[in-house]
Design a protein around this ligand. Structure first.
Ligand code: ATP
Ligand code: MG
Length: 419
C-alpha cells in the first residue's frame, strides 16, 4: 500500500483468522462472570482528562507519559482515551448512584489506550477485562476475586500462572513508609536515575516500580512497607492468606509488588507467566478503598482487577487446548438461474434447524464451486441442480470423509448430519 493510509502504530487490526479466538474468549468470560453474579457495565471510551489524573495519580507512568489526551476543539474540553477501566467504572457508579442499592459486582471489557513503546504483549490500543466489587470491605471479596481468576485459568486451559500478593496498608502507613523511603533514597541520591530523582519527593513509592536494572540493587535495600503496616491492614492481609490457603490457592508474598496506579491500598496481586518474556503480568489488581471518595462519591470500599486480553490469548494459543477456527456445516453448490430460488429455500430451512450454511454466490461451474466449498473447510457440500429440483431432493456430499454422496429429501439431511 504505497500511498495508502495505514493503521496507527501499536493499534492492531484483529483479522478473521484471529477474531474467532477473541469470540471464544469472550463467550467464556461472560459465562464465567455470570457464574459469580457479576454484571456487565459499559462506559464511554473517552472521559474528562481530570478523572484519570485524580484517580490514577499525577506522578505515575500512565498520567505522566502514556495518556492520549486531546482538546475537543468544539468546546475546549480536555478529553482522554481511557488508559484503564476502574476510574470510568467508579465514575459511572457514583454518577448513577448504584451503591444506593447496595454493593455491586461489576465487570467491563474493551479497548484501553496507552502511549507505550509497542512490542510483543505491549500495544497502544490493547484490551482488558476488568472486574470490580464495589462496596465490599473484604477480605472475603478479595479472596473471591482471586478464586475467580483461578477458575478462569482452568476454563481457558492456561497452566502455571504464578500468583503474587502483597499489602500496601492504609493511607497512614503509606505516609509513614513514604517518609522512610524519601530518607533512604536521599542517602543514595547519587545512584538514582533521572525518573527516580524527579519522583523522590513527589511519589517515592513509584521508584520501587522502576524497571531500570541499574536501580534494582538500591531498590532491594529500601525499607519495606510491611514494617510500617497498620494493625488493621495486617489482619486483613493475614485473613486473606488464610482464606486463600483454605481455597487451595497457591501464592507467593512479594513485598516489592507495586502497582502502576496510585489508588491502591491494602491488598494488591498479580498473576504472572514466565512464557511471555518481559510482558509477564497477565492480570493485576487490588483494593482501592479511597478511590470512590477521591473522584467525588461517598466513601466506599472496593476491590478489583484487570487482565490483558492480548497476553492471555497468547497463552491460550500456546496451550494444549486447541481452539480451531469454526467452519460452516454446509456449503450449497447450485446451478444458478431458476435453481437458485430452491437453493435459497433449502439454505433457510437448514439455518432454521440450527446449521451454519454458506450459499454459493457469484456463479461459476460446479467444479469451481466445489473448490470453494472445500476451501471454506465445510463438512458437507449440498449439491442442487435441475434434477434435484424436479425430484425435490438434494445431493449431500461429505467433504471430510470418504463417504459416497447421496440424493435425499431435505429433511433427511438433518438426520444424516446429526448422525
Ligand atoms: P505493565 O507492568 O506490564 O506495564 P501495568 O501495571 O501497566 O502492566 P495494569 O495497568 O495493571 O498494567 O493493567 C492490567 C493488565 O493489562 C496488565 O497486567 C497487562 O496484562 C495488561 N496491559 C497493560 N498495559 C498493556 C499494554 N500496553 N498492552 C497490552 N496489555 C497491557
Ligand atoms: Mg504499564
Amino acid at each position: 500500500m504505497a500511498n495508502g493510509v495505514k493503521a496507527i502504530r501499536g493499534m492492531n487490526d484483529i483479522l478473521p483468522n484471529e477474531s474467532y479466538l477473541w469470540i471464544h474468549f469472550e463467550q467464556i468470560i461472560h459465562q464465567w462472570l455470570a457464574a459469580y453474579g457479576y454484571r456487565n457495565i459499559r462506559t464511554p471510551i473517552v472521559e474528562q482528562t481530570d478523572l484519570f489524573i485524580r484517580s490514577i495519580g499525577e506522578v505515575t507512568d500512565i498520567v505522566e507519559k502514556e495518556m492520549y489526551t486531546f482538546i475537543d476543539h468544539l468546546n475546549n474540553d480536555s478529553l482522554t482515551l481511557r488508559p484503564e477501566g476502574t476510574a470510568s467504572c467508579a465514575r459511572a457508579v457514583i454518577e448513577h448512584n448504584l451503591l444506593y442499592a447496595g454493593p455491586q459486582r461489576l465487570y467491563y471489557a474493551g479497548p484501553m489506550f496507552r502511549h507505550e513503546r509497542p512490542q510483543k504483549g505491549r500495544y497502544r490500543q490493547f484490551h482488558q477485562v476488568g472486574v470490580e466489587a464495589l462496596g465490599y470491605a473484604g477480605p472475603d471479596i478479595d479472596t473471591e476475586l482471586i478464586v475467580m481468576c483461578s477458575r478462569l485459568w482452568d476454563l481457558l486451559g492456561i497452566p502455571d500462572l504464578r500468583l503474587e500478593i502483597s499489602t500496601l496498608g492504609n493511607a497512614e502507613s503509606r505516609a509513614l513508609h513514604r517518609t522512610r523511603l524519601i530518607k533512604y533514597f536521599e542517602q543514595h541520591h547519587d545512584k538514582l536515575d533521572e525518573d527516580s530523582l524527579r519522583r523522590l519527593h513527589t511519589n517515592p513509592l513509584r521508584i520501587l516500580d522502576s524497571k531500570n536494572p541499574e536501580m534494582q540493587q538500591i531498590i532491594e535495600g529500601a525499607p519495606k512497607l510491611i514494617d510500617d503496616l497498620d494493625e488493621e491492614s495486617y489482619l486483613h492481609f493475614e485473613s486473606l492468606q488464610h482464606m486463600l490457603r483454605e481455597q487451595g490457592i497457591n501464592f507467593e508474598i512479594n513485598l516489592r509488588l507495586v502497582r502502576g496506579l496510585d489508588y491502591y491500598n491494602r491488598t494488591v496481586f498479580e498473576w504472572i507467566t514466565d512464557k511471555l518474556g518481559a510482558q509477564g503480568t497477565v492480570c493485576a489488581g487490588g483494593r482501592y478503598d479511597g478511590l470512590i471518595e477521591q473522584v467525588g462519591g461517598k466513601s466506599a470500599s472496593a476491590c478489583g482487577f484487570a487482565m490483558g486480553i492480548e497476553r492471555l490469548l497468547a497463552l491460550v494459543q500456546e496451550s494444549d487446548k486447541k481452539i480451531t477456527q469454526p467452519v460452516p456445516d454446509i456449503y450449497i453448490v447450485h446451478e444458478g438461474g431458476q435453481v437458485m430460488n430452491y437453493a435459497w429455500k433449502c439454505a433457510e430451512f437448514l439455518r432454521d434447524e440450527g446449521l451454519n450454511v454458506i450459499l454459493h454466490c457469484g456463479g461459476g461451474s460446479f467444479k469451481s464451486q466445489m473448490k470453494k466449498a472445500d476451501a471454506t473447510g465445510a463438512y458437507y457440500a449440498l449439491i442442487i441442480g435441475n434434477d434435484e429440483v424436479k425430484a425435490q431432493e438434494v445431493t449431500l456430499k461429505p467433504l471430510r470423509e470418504p463417504i459416497e454422496q447421496a440424493s435425499v429429501k431435505l429433511s433427511a439431511v438433518i438426520q444424516l448430519i446429526k448422525k
